[in-house]
Write a protein that binds this ligand. Structure first.
Ligand code: AMP
Length: 605
């Protein structure tokens, strides 16, 4: 292994690297730096995110910049504003001891006039997003006639994001003599085409294997039904109280839904997607970087520019549409020498989709079981013990009460005292998870039916209710009615069938008695009718059989899957929106993913 000095870097750069804590070069730096310093050949580099590629292309360029000449000598194109800003910042740090070296970063969504002014003052290095760069070139505010280096960073991602025309435009408006450095984590056809069309016999280097995931990442999967995806995320967060990760969703809507549920359930989460304004994005990113947010729910594109090295987890709420994207997602963890876990939630039918990804990343997925209530309680219990141990005592504030407190605890042994204090919270944990179902879907694939049409869920009991469509009952109104009975915290609601004059609903079998008792005690009315609920036999798959449960629904009888009630924010009962904010703030300081204390026992999956 070489040192930075052996790679041929000059003193001004070496001293800056020491200040930045860079001791030894990474593999891609070891290969790229001497190559670009000693040769003007084009370079094609296979490099994942997090491998140190920014320094790999920046340092040899900084080394060779002519500071006496204020023309643009190098341009670095990157897919997102965030990444461009990070690269610009890094270059400033690398070159802080080189007088006269200037870098300007240009990107959309910010004043083009300001950027033009900075360019007019002279800059040898420009970092830009493709769209704004082309805009500035077209307006003749960015002049690339003296360009010597063109870097395409994350070329695959720029093409994925639809910047092909912009890249073509930049490549065509720069001198033939320039040296082109192309960095990409993957080399699909489109990237190869860029290399073929615009590069001259490039030298190829690679850090790590092509198209593979990082060795530092453990790839795991959990098999759950469609409606338990969210519950699984919560349990994963609960057994990893210090989780710091990204939950990837395919669409903005999915992103929004998952993050809203997490926030409503008291987790430190927020979302990052294309519907946010730049100021909102910056705010979310800032909160994530300083760990105010532990779980960032993001779309693939939105998460690209995020440079965070110590993520513990990446969670794939759903698999990406393209296998290629899995490498990008999982590569967000296990960076800069850290280890990480990439988790995929799949339904029984989707397990087969893991195989092609395994071939691509050249690693096997490990099947994991969604933790049960006991496992979660145990982890949270010891988290609590740790918290008690590390709590600082405010002697001044507490001293005046101590005498009285000691008197009150007189007669209790040390063991009893500890047990009592711990039980104050642990009893709530236990209650919260005591009836938590196993949400692993271990049925053979053909038996599972995620659409829930004729699903016979043995964890559910079926109830008859004497109101129906003629009473203006709808599935959401029925769910509201059930919620209003305060049966227990977050009882799970299953299938709902609304018929003309009566209806059926399924509820967690553990709460049969509580359900009947609650309706009896509350004696609710609905549209002027007294409501009566009875337990009934479950409808057999395929129909038939006796009892109330076998009254055949009309063909158009509204069949609605109520879903996991826990999946819904419960603003109606024990929350209101201002309360959410207060509780989120409260949870930050606690460090645990779930809001401490009282929130336990509120929501059960
Ligand atoms: P990059 O792949 O360029 O985004 O780098 C990933 C992270 O690793 C950044 O935070 C860099 O500051 C850091 N890094 C890159 N190279 C080194 C190095 N040789 N030593 C220590 N940290 C590094």
């Amino acid at each position: 292994m070489s040192t930075f000095s052996e790679l041929g870097l000059k003193e001004e750069i070496l001293s800056a690297l020491i200040d930045m804590g860079y001791e030894t070069p990474s593999e891609i730096q070891e290969k790229a730096i001497p190559q670009v310093i000693t040769s003007t050949d084009d370079l094609k580099a296979f490099a994942q995110t997090g491998t140190g590629k920014t320094a790999a292309f920046s340092l040899p360029i900084i080394q060779q910049i002519d500071v006496e000449n204020s023309n643009v000598q190098a341009i670095i194109l990157s897919p997102t504003r965030e990444l461009a800003v990070q690269i610009g910042d890094q270059i400033e740090k690398f070159s802080k001891n080189i007088r006269g070296l200037k870098v300007v970063t240009v990107y959309g969504g910010a004043s083009i006039e300001d950027q033009t002014r900075k360019l007019n003052r002279g800059a040898q290095i420009v970092v830009g997003t493709p769209g704004r760069t082309v805009d500035l070139i077209n307006r003749r505010r960015l002049k690339l006639g003296n360009l010597q280096w063109l870097v395409l960073d994350e070329a695959d991602e720029m093409l994925n994001m639809g910047f092909k025309d912009d890249l073509d435009a930049v490549l065509e408006s720069t001198p033939e003599t320039k040296q082109t450095l192309l960095f990409s984590a993957t080399f699909p056809r489109e990237v190869e085409a860029i290399a073929r069309n615009y590069m001259h016999q490039p030298v190829e280097i690679s850090a790590g294997t092509k198209n593979t995931g990082s060795d530092n990442v453990s790839n795991e999967y959990y098999v759950v039904t469609e409606r338990n995806r969210y519950a699984a995320i919560k349990r994963i967060a609960d057994v990893n109280p210090d989780i710091y990760g990204i939950i990837f969703c395919r669409t903005r809507r999915e992103c929004q839904e998952v993050s809203e549920k997490l926030i409503a359930d008291g987790y430190n989460a927020d979302s990052l997607h294309g519907d946010l304004s730049q100021a909102q994005r910056d705010g979310v990113m800032q909160k994530f970087r300083n760990k105010t947010i532990q779980m960032l729910v993001a779309t693939d594109v939105a998460a690209r520019g995020l440079d965070v090295n110590n993520l513990t987890h990446v969670i794939n709420h759903k698999l990406p549409d393209q296998n290629e994207a899995y490498t990008h997602r999982s590569g967000r963890t296990g960076r800069a020498g850290n280890t990480g876990t990439s988790i995929v939630l799949v339904t029984n039918r989707e397990v087969g989709k893991l195989r092609p990804i395994e071939r691509k990343i050249q690693k096997k997925f490990i099947k994991k079981e969604v933790p049960n209530g006991k496992e979660i309680c145990e982890i949270q219990l010891f988290k609590l013990v740790e918290k008690v141990k590390s709590t600082e005592i405010n002697t001044e504030a507490i001293s005046e009460y101590l005498e009285n407190i000691y008197t009150q605890f007189e007669g209790l042994s040390r063991e009893e005292l500890i047990q009592k204090f711990i039980s104050v919270e642990f009893n709530a944990f236990l209650e919260y998870y005591s009836k938590a179902n196993d949400i692993n879907d271990n049925r053979p694939a053909r038996e599972s039916d995620d659409r829930g049409k004729r699903r016979d869920d043995e964890n559910m009991s079926r109830f008859f209710i004497n109101i129906g469509r003629k009473d203006s009952l709808t599935p959401p109104r029925l769910m509201g009615l059930i919620n209003d009975q305060n049966i227990t915290n977050n009882v799970e609601i299953g299938q709902i069938e609304i018929l003309d004059t009566f209806s059926f609903f399924e509820l967690d079998k553990n709460f049969e008695k509580e359900t009947i008792d609650a309706f009896l005690a509350n004696n609710p009315e609905f549209e002027g009718r007294s409501v009566n609920v009875e337990i009934t036999k479950k409808r057999r798959s395929g129909g038939g059989g006796g009892g109330r449960g076998d009254r055949r629904p009309r063909r158009d009888g509204g069949n609605f899957r109520g879903g996991d009630r826990n999946d819904r924010p419960r603003r109606d009962r024990d929350n209101n929106s201002s309360d959410f904010k207060g509780r989120r703030r409260e949870s930050r300081s606690g460090g645990a993913s779930r809001v401490q204390n009282k929130s336990w026992g509120r929501k059960r999956d």
